[in-house]
Design a protein around this ligand. Structure first.
Ligand code: DC
Length: 234
């Protein structure tokens, strides 16, 4: 019998900030040998580029221009993924509070979103991708074989962020983090274009009481069920 190439599916992981999407997506992708597509990093890279160019983020034409001139690519470095903007490594630069606090108008711009969504769809068409973001299951890849909508209580998400910052030697008040998170949630869900929303056929995963390994196992198990069902049909 001819050796059939194993099917590779697309996995969409959406959810609010701090819900553990990135860690889960990265680990699931590594275990399946899939590509990890961090779409938040793309919005961050465009925001960084716009700040570097000192443009008004509300100037539509200039922002669209900057987006078109933002060539973003990812490189795997061991278990860590590095992000490049026009050839420069911006992995750390896109995570500063200045970038995080400036993303709102960039993520809310319909033309910016259309350009980035098209790039994301190009990657996802190849299959074998774990993409994480806010609109993957609803807009970027509604046909993804597996969709996860990952949530955790705001208290838990703020606690995790607090620990992450403490580990880096940064001390921030927990209440401030809770407020920041509430603000980002309302920005993400209240946006007119492609807001954060659970797709009808997405599996809701509340990981407030779960370990990272448990979250990863949950997604892998669901993916394996889909792959096994597909193999059974052939
Ligand atoms: O996942 P993240 O926190 O790194 O994302 C950064 C920002 O980008 C976040 O404020 C929302 C926005 N974003 C988006 O609008 N759509 C996506 N698919 C991914 C991120």
């Amino acid at each position: 019998m001819a050796d059939r190439k194993a099917k590779k599916i697309c996995i969409a992981i959406d959810g609010p900030a701090g819900s553990g999407k990135s860690t889960t997506a990265r680990m699931v992708a590594a275990r399946l040998g899939y590509l990890h597509l961090d779409t938040g990093a793309m919005y961050r890279a465009v925001t960084l580029h716009a700040l570097q160019q000192h443009i008004d983020l509300l100037d539509n034409d200039k922002l669209v221009d900057v987006t078109r001139n933002s060539h973003i690519h990812f490189e795997n470095n061991g278990s860590m993924q590095r992000v490049f903007l026009n050839g420069a490594d911006v992995t750390e630069a896109i995570r500063t509070p200045q970038v995080t606090n400036s993303i709102g108008p960039v993520a809310a711009n319909p033309q910016v979103r259309a350009i980035l969504v098209e790039k994301q769809q190009e990657v996802m068409r190849r299959g074998g991708v774990v993409a994480e973001g806010r609109d993957i299951g609803t807009v970027v890849c509604p046909q993804a074989e597996l969709k996860i909508f990952m949530v955790a209580s705001i208290a838990e998400r703020a606690k995790r962020r607090h620990k992450e910052l403490q580990d880096k030697g940064i001390e921030v008040d927990l209440q401030t983090l809770i407020k920041d998170m509430e603000q980002r949630d309302s920005q993400d869900t209240g946006r007119k274009v492609n807001p954060l929303k659970q797709a009808n056929d997405a599996i809701l995963l509340d990981n407030s009481q779960m370990s990272v390994d448990e979250q990863v196992d949950f997604v892998i198990h669901k993916a394996q069920e889909i792959l096994a069902a597909d193999a059974g049909h052939n």
